[in-house]
Design a protein around this ligand. Sequence first.
Ligand SMILES: [Ca+2]
Length: 114
Amino acid sequence: MPRGDAGARVVMTVQVSDPDGLSDVAKVVTDELLGGKLGGNNADLPAYFYFDPHDDGTAPDETAGDGIHSTSGQPGGKINDLNAVTMRVGVRDNSNTVVVADTVLEVGPKASGA
Ligand SMILES: [Ca+2]
């Protein structure tokens, strides 16, 4: 996530699979963790993703039904407060099995040439 450009936009993609097939995936959500605490998903975070990742082929998702879920984000209210934020992705299937994965999203200076 770039710093110093309120108009910056990023796309986060999440590849999801299920042993029973992609049709068994019921819900994909993202949240941010700040200092190990769940920050939810709102505009007062280092990054703000407007909606849960989806796999229906509408932008920013490129191909419907391929298991790659996408969402768009922009700098949030705490963009200048931290150098990184942990993105948590939760996936629930139709049997209510939930899997959570965390990844660190770097926050930094605006990319050169951007
Ligand atoms: Ca897709």
